[in-house]
Design a protein. Structure first.
Lengths: 499, 344
């Protein structure tokens, strides 16, 4: 194993193979600048060209594609309140308020550092756990997914500021929207109103594009703010990249906690990238002095960023071991592997361990390169926060609508994003938590599908909830979280605070 | 290293062929590029087959090929997109004909794909296979038969409306087995994981998903809901029982229904175009698709990537689909019964 690792590392840094991860990273950064368009679109476009590449070169290129898109999505989440990918949605919650306070550079510095170090953690964890990964992943079944979904849903309360009743209502709306589509076991259409478009359910990428991206643009255009940060010159911005980078070390325990949760969630097949960021955010917001979360607390940037990039390494595990993609990026990676005649599974690790290492190292290299370039470009990026909203707003609106169309090439998606955009604007205006809606939408599908399968397995005696230790631990965590939230709420009430 | 030799050869051949073909088949479509519709998201079997076959069709027509994904409604949206295209739009696509015809027969799709699309050829005709984990207690077809007769088989499926469930449930009903189904698994990968976790005993898989995992040593095919066509590499199916045919498991009185089921599933993946093509264009496109599907280089590529090609040209495809529709009329009551009985 060590020989394969060293050989792959040597190949990565040799000429001309080094060009592949560099080119892959730069292309991924370029593509992920457009909201809703990300690594998966780039990979789909690159597939015909990659077909003729040598397998090792293809591994290096696609490893970079998987990793390179994540950080740029964070940059737009921080600067504009527009998450580049669904997994960056949690970063908006505190990153954008920081930009509005003129602290964009600090936020980006923190995000870049957390991303690079989180990725390092994820890769090290993946390599360290390689011998036992397969068995570990098989421990997670429908009951574990259900328990994880329920625990993730408790995050709703933590991202709700103000009236908890409104947060609950927003989450309920999210759960209702998750019911649109088809029943997971019977396949019968549900709440589709006879429209084929709704048969596949409410796409959460479109929902977050509307609820976050478009809603922010509408708010920006309607506000009296001349610029996002309220400042008109770059020199007036406070904070620095260095401050942001040091924050990761100041809150190192939080960084480790987030990286662990991101890596673990990434390794669980079928969970999806969005969950990781919100779970890490939720865990961070349960800590001490959590009042600042949602108002520009740097920990609210650190946690999801570390988790998102730690997840990349973890997500390779189910993809390579079982052919189960964690998201659209790894789905396209699997297509690329198949194109090269490489089939995921035990045989890949037995006979082609060098390919695995090439993918992992390329992903790692790309994450670091993206963070370094992101930091180097922080000055031009920050200009967006001092650009006149009269110019920026229409440009962002066009970009968001274009992203909605490019996502699947369907005009109906543009209408869907507008509908969610108006909903999101209304929610923002009247103090309803948009994050609660998105979290519930994502968790709702996971919870229902897992529940349906788990119940059937329980009925036929194939699975017993009480014989699954991981399930019990997660359910206990959920109960503990609910109890903690109740006691926090009671303490605040007694102190004369909000309910 | 930068480009494999086969790619350079294909590119140069394509350029040369485009010049030659443009005089003949290129006149099929007055367009610069062929728009190839994939009715599923990127990364699935239809995507893989489209990427394999579409360039060859494009070469025959002397046109660039652009792959367009039109996922939605379990593949039905893509079919609608092709049906709504105009003849001059230069649109072709790959559809799951069994799934589409079944949906239409059960009233959940308002389009008759056999009548409302132009049928141009068949890419692959293999059916479904019941697979177990390599480490399963089920090691042979005999084990499956014993467990099935004892009512001890549990299948993992997508949903009660999925073609995988319908095929499996109908086959089990014809065999007289009382089987349980666990539905809600989202896709082949989820079903495979369920198998490896020991939650279910068997899962139905199509050929292109099954073969790489059999070669990988993870899965074992135990029963084939297909007929063994001539040609192709079927070493993975050595010793595996079949539903019908010589040595098949089905009883004589149910042979007709079982054969109808196998024949229905055999329709496979069909290359289609929009309706309303004039006869000359339709004949021209059919010739191009036929030539592409029978290209020796394509066969080699397909074999190398584990994809089974059993091509049929337009006329044979049409005959097969008309036969399958007759089969479907026979099978529809059984399909409705298994859906109604499903405890999903």
């Amino acid at each position: 194993m060590l020989e394969a690792a060293l050989a792959s590392l040597g190949l990565l840094f040799s000429w001309p193979y080094i060009l592949y991860p560099i080119v892959g990273t730069l292309l991924a950064m370029l593509f992920s600048g457009l909201p809703g368009v990300g690594g998966a679109t780039l990979m789909a476009l690159a597939l015909p060209f990659a077909y003729g590449l040598e397998t090792r070169a293809a591994m290096l290129l696609f490893g970079a594609f998987v990793a390179g898109a994540t950080f740029m999505g964070s940059v737009s989440a921080i600067l504009l309140g527009i998450p580049g990918k669904a997994s960056n949605a949690a970063t908006v919650l505190d990153g954008y308020p920081m930009a509005r306070q003129g602290l964009a550079r600090t936020a980006i510095g923190c995000a870049a550092t957390a991303s690079a170090l989180g990725s390092t953690f994820g890769v090290i964890a993946l390599l360290a756990l390689l011998p036992v990964l397969r068995e570990a992943i098989l421990l997670f079944g429908p009951t574990e997914f259900l328990a994880l979904g329920l625990w993730g849903l408790t995050t709703v309360a933590l991202v709700t500021r103000g009236s908890s009743l409104k947060g609950l209502a927003a989450a309920t709306l999210g759960l209702l929207l998750a019911c649109v589509g088809t029943d997971p076991s019977s396949g019968a259409p549900r709440f589709t109103f006879g429209l084929l478009y709704l048969r596949d359910g409410v796409d959460f990428v479109l929902a977050f594009l509307g609820v976050f991206s478009l809603a922010e643009v509408i708010d920006l255009l309607g506000s009296k703010r001349r610029t996002i940060s309220g400042k008109e010159k770059l020199e007036e911005l406070t904070g620095s990249v260095r401050e942001g980078a040091l924050a990761v070390f100041r809150h190192f325990r939080l960084f480790l906690q987030s990286s662990v949760s991101g890596t673990v969630i990434g390794m669980i097949p079928g969970i999806g990238a969005t969950v990781g960021g919100f779970v890490a955010y939720g865990m961070a917001a349960r800590g001490r002095d959590a009042e600042g979360f949602g108002r520009g607390d740097i920990r609210g940037v650190l946690a999801p960023e570390a988790a998102n990039d730690a997840k990349d390494g973890g997500a390779l595990a189910p993809a390579l071991l079982f052919g189960v993609p964690g998201g659209s990026g790894t789905a396209m990676l699997l297509v690329a592997l198949e194109q090269q005649g490489v089939t995921p599974g035990r045989a890949l690790f037995d006979a082609h361990l060098d390919y695995v290492f090439l993918l992992v190292f390329s992903l790692f290299f790309s994450n670091w390169l993206t963070s370094i370039l992101g930091v180097a470009l922080v000055r031009p990026f920050s200009w967006l926060t001092v650009a006149p909203t009269a110019v920026l707003g229409p440009f962002l609106m066009v970009l968001t609508v274009l992203g909605a169309f490019l996502y699947r090439g369907r005009l109906e998606d543009v209408f869907a994003v507008w509908a969610f955009g108006l909903l999101g604007y209304g929610m923002k205006r009247f103090g309803w938590s948009r994050a609660a809606l998105v979290i519930a939408l994502v968790m709702g599908e996971l919870i229902e599908t897992s529940f349906v399968v788990a119940l059937q397995l329980h009925e036929i005696g194939r699975v017993r909830f009480w014989e699954r230790p991981i399930t019990l631990v997660l359910l206990a965590l959920t109960a503990a979280t609910l109890y903690w939230m109740r006691s926090q709420s009671r303490d605040r009430h007694e102190a004369g605070g909000r309910p | 290293m930068w480009l494999e030799r086969s790619t350079r050869r294909r590119f140069l051949t394509g350029v040369a062929a485009a010049g030659a073909a443009s005089d003949a088949l290129g006149a099929c479509l007055q367009a610069r590029a062929l728009r190839w519709i994939v009715p599923n998201p990127p990364g699935g079997g239809y995507d893989a087959y489209s990427r394999l076959v579409a360039p060859y069709v494009g070469r025959e027509l002397g046109l660039d090929v652009r792959i367009h994904y039109e996922p939605g409604g379990a593949g039905l949206r893509g079919i609608r997109v092709i049906r709504n295209s105009r003849p001059q739009d230069a649109v072709l696509g790959l559809v799951n004909m069994p799934g589409a015809l079944m949906s239409e027969a059960l009233g959940s799709f308002d389009l008759d794909p056999a009548r409302e699309l132009t049928l141009l050829g068949t890419i692959s005709r293999l059916g479904y296979y019941w697979a177990a984990a390599a480490s399963s207690r089920l090691q042979s077809t005999e084990d499956v038969v014993a467990a099935g007769r004892a009512g001890k088989l549990v299948f993992g499926v997508n949903a009660a409306s999925s073609i995988g469930f319908l095929t499996t449930a109908m086959a089990a009903a014809l065999l007289g087995w009382d089987t349980r189904f666990v539905g809600g698994y989202g896709g082949s990968a989820s079903k495979i994981l369920a198998l490896l976790r020991g939650e279910v005993d068997l899962i139905p898989l199509s050929w292109d998903v099954l073969v790489p995992r059999v070669r990988n040593g993870e899965l074992r095919p135990l029963l084939a809901i297909d007929e063994r066509a001539a040609g192709g590499d079927y070493s993975e199916l050595d010793g595996v029982g079949t539903l019908t045919g010589p040595g098949g498991l089905i009883s004589k009185e149910d042979e007709r229904d079982a054969t109808a089921l196998v024949r229905f599933m055999q329709m496979g993946r069909i290359v289609v175009g929009p309706p309303g093509l004039d006869p000359a264009t339709e004949a021209c496109l059919g010739k191009a698709v036929c030539a592409a599907l029978n290209d020796a280089e394509l066969s080699r590529e397909a074999a190398a990537s584990g994809s089974a090609l059993q091509p049929l040209c337009a006329e044979a495809t049409g005959e097969r689909i008309r036969a399958a529709q007759r089969d479907l009329r026979r099978l529809a009551p059984l399909a409705r019964r298994v859906i109604a009985d499903a405890s999903l």
